[in-house]
Write a protein that binds this ligand. Sequence first.
Ligand SMILES: CC(C)(COP(=O)(O)OP(=O)(O)OC[C@H]1O[C@@H](n2cnc3c(N)ncnc32)[C@H](O)[C@@H]1OP(=O)(O)O)[C@@H](O)C(=O)NCCC(=O)NCCS
Length: 168
Amino acid sequence: MPEQSETPALRIRTALPADEETLAAVDRLTWSPLHAVMPRPQPPYDPFFDERHVPDDYLVAELDGRVVGYLRLALPTSLACNAHVRQIQGLAVLEEARGRGVARALLRVAVEETRRQGARRLTLRVLGHNAPARRLYESEGFVVEGVLPEEFLLDGKYVDDVFMGRPV
Ligand SMILES: CC(C)(COP(=O)(O)OP(=O)(O)OC[C@H]1O[C@@H](n2cnc3c(N)ncnc32)[C@H](O)[C@@H]1OP(=O)(O)O)[C@@H](O)C(=O)NCCC(=O)NCCS
């Protein structure tokens, strides 16, 4: 009898143009006021990829061959004096695939990719009430570098915008 692996195969790869519909679906399915500052997407939906959101900036997570999450790694600005920094501008994992290390794997590849691109810092913004994401980032070496108190009013509650970063 062939040996069965208990660990599902997790693969992280760069996105392709053909991932557009799947990633758009992941984005819609994972929307929540815990992390989103934009209102819940409504049809007709904006395209997932455009001139500023290109497949090359996305890491895709596949579990047993199925796309279950993504991370967007981008330049914080187009300024030459800011080119040594990369920023995580989106991270989402489908609910049914959570708690299995998918986001941690995406983050680790993002750190490697930041290094490979010659940048020296990786930053991100997270809502103050997003405890799962904050715990994940802290456990991967990110520290809080600034807080905009009560920056957003979401679902009737004021929520902090928390800036985190780490060297790579
Ligand atoms: C946050 C999110 C990406 C985590 O994805 P995930 O694949 O389930 O995360 P992992 O399995 O890699 O978990 C890694 C660590 O994150 C933390 N974590 C994840 N889910 C958690 C939860 N529900 N409660 C507390 N900590 C949690 C833990 O530290 C965990 O480590 P552990 O398993 O050793 O305890 C996922 O919950 C998600 O897509 N949330 C909605 C979108 C979002 O908030 N994105 C971040 C925007 S800044």
